[in-house]
Design a protein around this ligand. Structure first.
Ligand code: SF4
Length: 368
């Protein structure tokens, strides 16, 4: 299958009306050639274009803060080659059953007391059973009662399950595409790209907002990054949140021995995502712990305006809170507890910690 054919098979490949100009409207179709041209720009030209788009839609000195709570860890039957939660790989991960409701609510209260605007729950399921969805829906309703926005990542959903979660008060659902349609089979064999698109469609149809991105550094080519971002940008509408993960190589997983991606290729991916999806939150996700401060600053320059905050993602470490706070102070960046279009209040630095939104972890949602 050629890349163009594969992209055209996705449910969201409308007609070619887009240009590579920086003031492009969201939700118009992008072709792979146009996206390729962006990737091929000299880095400084690409950064300038991305920063120009960013400033048209976002405060360039604000970053939304996100964190995750794993409510069910490991023992997943899927074979996602990057994921320590897969039961197929010996990674030493301690598995945990679904957390009881009172523990989830307790964690949400702590998150709220730390300034959280949104609370995200991640569970390592291929697809939850209806009973699992009932339990999570109960947790969602309880968290919602605390006055928090809610987000979950649970794996593939049926239309009824998506409706159930939406009616319980779930605001966002995370489900990542991970990579291009062409490279996907090199990373996951136990479910298809179309399965993922179907879940995204079910989520969208239910009325929930979509959080969807991918992982770079999995041995893919630039063409695959083109394919991933083209597919994401041509979802209609594009995801409100776009987590871009830099692979965290977990010993015991099949991708553990890969070479690191060139830092500038990662930054390019952020910049192109910003240009293609001007109004979305582009989230600097897994892999940030390995990035130095200068690289993170370049990612913000490229248009990243959301990040995971807290010293633990679902199962891997993250940059420390103190380090983030210091970096934000040095860069003059404010940390937001909610997207600016939903809540005008922002916090200075990280004085008020946010536990806000998910984007990776269980269920096809990236590492780890
Ligand atoms: S990414 Fe999600 S679906 Fe894939 S193995 Fe990990 S927990 Fe399971």
């Amino acid at each position: 299958m050629t890349p163009q054919t594969a992209a055209a098979k996705t449910s969201a490949q409308p007609s070619n009306t887009q240009t590579t100009e920086s003031n492009a409207s969201p939700n118009e179709a992008w072709t792979r050639e146009q996206v390729e041209q962006l990737f091929d720009l000299p880095l400084m030209d690409l950064l300038f274009k991305a920063q120009t788009v960013h400033r048209q839609h976002h405060d360039p000195n604000s970053v939304q803060l996100s964190s995750l709570l794993s409510i069910k860890t490991g023992a997943c039957p899927e074979d996602c080659a990057y994921c320590p939660q897969s039961a197929r790989y010996k990674t030493g991960l301690k598995t945990e059953r679904l957390m009881p409701l009172d523990k989830i609510v307790e964690a949400a209260k702590v998150a709220k007391s730390n300034g959280a605007g949104r609370f995200c729950m991640g569970a390592a399921w291929r697809s939850p059973k209806d009973g699992d969805v009932e339990a999570v829906a109960e947790a969602v309703a309880a968290v919602k009662e605390l006055g928090l926005e809610t987000c979950a990542t649970l794996g593939m959903l049926t239309p009824d399950q998506a409706d159930k979660l939406q009616s319980s008060g779930l605001d966002y659902y995370n489900h990542n595409l991970d990579t291009s349609p062409e490279y996907y089979g090199e990373v996951i064999t136990t479910r298809t790209y179309e399965d993922r698109l179907e879940t995204l469609n079910n989520v969208r149809e239910s009325g929930m907002k979509v959080c969807c991105g991918g992982i770079v550094g999995m041995g893919e080519t630039q063409q695959d990054r083109v394919g991933l971002l083209t597919t994401l940008a041509n979802l209609n509408p594009a995801p409100e949140s776009v987590p871009i993960n830099n692979l965290v190589k977990i010993p015991g997983t099949p991708l553990a021995e890969l070479e690191n991606i060139d830092s500038f290729d990662f930054i390019r991916t952020i910049a192109v995502a910003r240009i293609l999806m001007p109004t979305s939150y582009v989230r600097l996700s897994a892999g940030r712990e390995e990035m130095n401060d200068e690289m993170q600053a370049m990612c913000f320059m490229a248009g990243a305006n959301s990040l995971f905050y807290g010293e633990q993602l679902l199962t891997t470490g993250n940059a420390t809170v103190n380090h983030d706070q210091h970096l934000f102070e040095r860069l003059g960046i404010n940390g937001q507890t909610k997207p600016a279009n939903q809540n005008s209040s922002t916090t200075d630095g990280l004085a008020q910690q946010a536990q806000d939104q998910c984007g990776q972890g269980g269920c096809g949602c990236g590492p780890q």
